[in-house]
Design a protein around this ligand. Structure first.
Ligand code: COI
Length: 354
């Protein structure tokens, strides 16, 4: 399918790398295509970034039929634009689509649209270490209709945002609040998808935690409120007695993170034992008491690797590794970023050139 291109007549001034923050600036163009039942996905196009019109009755506003993804483009040491494991994200977008009754997207067309968009916006990829161009594909349901049913029409977008670190702490350890009062996802639900409602539903607990001075919430399983699942915007790993432990994906309550998968593969290659298993919050605290809890860190596209320096579970506060980043967390951060910025050979074939 041909991708139409309409260039902006008024390019924006680009922000400085040191004032980026996360998700505050958007590039000059976006990729858009539409869906209806008769035509399928049609009219893929790159157009100036900007507002668009929708009727107030559009289904996405009422029943939240919406999905999204997050990837990053980097400038490697030779000045080439690269994207980290985009096909994993595009496949996950389609898994989310299936669960939310949204029609499947043509994965090659999504990649082609993204490649063309990034080619046009290459100058927006920031150059400083620790910065990147965040890629946000998303789909919304656009039928003007208040019946509760899947929409018959959709819009797909890719927008781009030059970003720095997600957390103000950067790679400094964050403080996490463990909640057993609220839950994120239950078996049979949509926890494994990147649907907007998962994030809306997380806000209340996150706000309560923020008021107490915590950066994020650690969710436990919905049934027993015992087992660690994930953190607001990240998967989470615990290093106990030299073994990295993270929650398994088999209950469908956890997002299958691309950084999570990359960290598992890198850690195993580095000779570190990795277990994907249910780990109770009590076991974490017992390990800490016995001096066996060595490191805790979160992983995510936006957050990369974010060390956890402190956990609060029902006002039992534990400090991890003296509140400093652990050795394995640091090594994993260094390796994953070296692969992303092209300083380390891409042995796993994770980096796609634009
Ligand atoms: C990402 O890591 O890309 C995410 O989507 C998390 C986010 C909601 C900022």
């Amino acid at each position: 399918m041909d991708i139409r291109i309409v260039k902006t007549g008024s390019p924006k001034a680009k922000p400085k790398d040191n004032e980026l923050g996360f998700g505050q600036y958007f590039t000059d163009h976006m990729f858009v295509m539409d869906y209806d039942a008769a035509k399928g996905w049609y009219d893929p196009r790159i157009v100036p970034y900007g507002p668009f019109e929708l009727e107030p009755s559009c289904m996405v506003f009422h029943y939240g039929q919406a999905i999204f993804e997050g990837m990053k483009a980097y400038l490697n040491k030779d000045g080439e634009a690269v994207v980290f494991r985009p096909f994993m994200n595009i496949k996950r977008l389609n898994r989310s689509a299936a669960r939310l009754c949204i029609p499947q997207l043509d994965e090659d067309l999504v990649w082609e649209g993204l490649r063309k968009l990034l080619t046009i916006e290459k100058d927006w990829i920031p150059k400083t270490e620790g910065t990147s161009l965040y890629i946000r594909p998303f789909v919304i349901a656009t039928d003007p209709n208040l019946g509760v049913r899947p929409s018959h029409t959709y819009k797909f977008f890719i927008i781009l945002s030059p970003v720095g670190a997600y957390y103000k702490e950067g790679v400094k350890p964050v403080k996490i609040y463990v909640t057993d009062k609220y839950v994120r996802a239950a078996e049979g639900g949509v926890g494994f998808t990147k649907t907007s409602g998962n994030y809306a539903a997380s806000l209340y607990a996150a706000e309560e935690a923020a008021k107490k001075g915590y950066t994020q919430v650690l969710w436990l399983d919905a049934k027993e409120r015992r087992y660690v699942e994930e953190v607001g915007t990240m998967n989470i790993f615990f290093k106990i007695d030299g073994t990295l432990i993270t929650a398994p994906l088999d209950r469908g309550t956890i997002l299958g993170g691309v950084t999570r998968d990359s960290v598992i593969k890198l850690a195993e290659e580095m000779g570190c034992r990795v277990e994907q298993r249910y780990l109770s919050i009590q076991e974490v605290y017992d390990a800490h008491k016995a001096g066996r809890l060595e490191e805790v860190f979160g992983t995510g596209t936006a957050a990369v690797i974010s060390p956890v320096g402190l956990l609060n579970w029902n006002d039992n506060i534990i400090e991890i590794n003296g509140g400093r980043i652990g050795e394995v967390s640091q090594k994993l951060y260094d390796r994953i970023t070296a692969i992303q910025y092209g300083r380390e050979e891409d042995k796993f074939g994770w980096v796609e050139k634009i």
